[in-house]
Design a protein around this ligand. Structure first.
Ligand SMILES: Cc1ncc(CO)c(N)n1
Length: 224
């Protein structure tokens, strides 16, 4: 069994829980409130900037130019392709990107960046994989069931599309290639990082649906 098959087995219950989140079921049905989608989109803009940074760091720290080039390309694609998708929605809805990171977004991006800077690069690679893989699986699942006139179809098509799929396959194959060179204890650390990122994916969607705020802001009028 491939290392990544083992990884997916580990997170299967979390993946199922993601599919049951109201954010996902309502997005699929096209009835997710616009306000919630916009909250998500703004958080995701903030997320993607750091995701792109963490991908670049994985590139810098990779052995060999193949993996280096892949990570740099991922970093650039995230910034450009997904950035454009967000920009189009902001234009369509006539809103500005004016958010600060929610606690869950903060937790996720800090996990990726601290892993990318203080842990072995293979652990960082494993931490980055759910960002690709979960989105593809969720994207395909939503695509299969999505209502015809869905206001979020551009978002759905991006993650269910062939370009995204190719990047995901590449990230999976890199993870298997680097894991093969590692001792068992390191593969366990990779697995822990993979599970942690998947949990954070679940939290990210849940927190977007709830429009999560910093708990003390309103009571004390703090500025973040
Ligand atoms: C939170 C999150 N994870 C993964 C992706 C896919 O790039 C995304 N756009 N947002």
């Amino acid at each position: 069994m491939k290392f990544t098959d083992q990884l997916w087995k580990e997170i299967e219950p979390i993946y199922k829980a993601i599919l049951e989140l109201p954010f996902i079921t309502e997005l699929t049905a096209g009835i997710l409130p616009e306000e919630v989608f916009l909250f998500y989109l703004k958080q995701d803009t903030l997320y993607l900037a750091d995701f792109s940074r963490a991908l670049s760091l994985a590139g810098v720290r990779s052995q060999g130019s193949d993996h280096m080039n892949s990570f740099f390309r991922f970093a650039a694609d995230v910034a450009v392709v997904e950035g454009q998708l967000h920009e189009e929605y902001y234009r369509e809805y006539g809103v500005a990107m004016d958010a600060e990171k929610s606690p869950s977004c903060f937790a996720y991006t800090n996990f990726l960046l601290s892993t990318a800077t203080t842990k072995d690069n293979v652990i960082s690679i494993a931490a980055l994989l759910p960002c690709f893989w979960i989105y593809r699986e969720v994207g395909l699942e939503i695509y299969k069931q999505a209502s015809k006139h869905n206001p979020y179809s551009d978002w759905i098509n991006t993650y269910a599309g062939e370009d995204f799929n190719e990047g995901v396959n590449e990230a999976i194959s890199i993870t298997n290639a680097v894991a093969e060179q590692e001792p068992e204890y390191r593969r366990e650390q990779m697995s822990d990082a993979f599970v942690k990122s998947t949990e954070l994916e679940w939290m990210f969607w849940k927190s977007a649906y709830e429009q999560e705020q910093w708990p003390l802001r309103e009571a004390y009028n703090f500025k973040g």
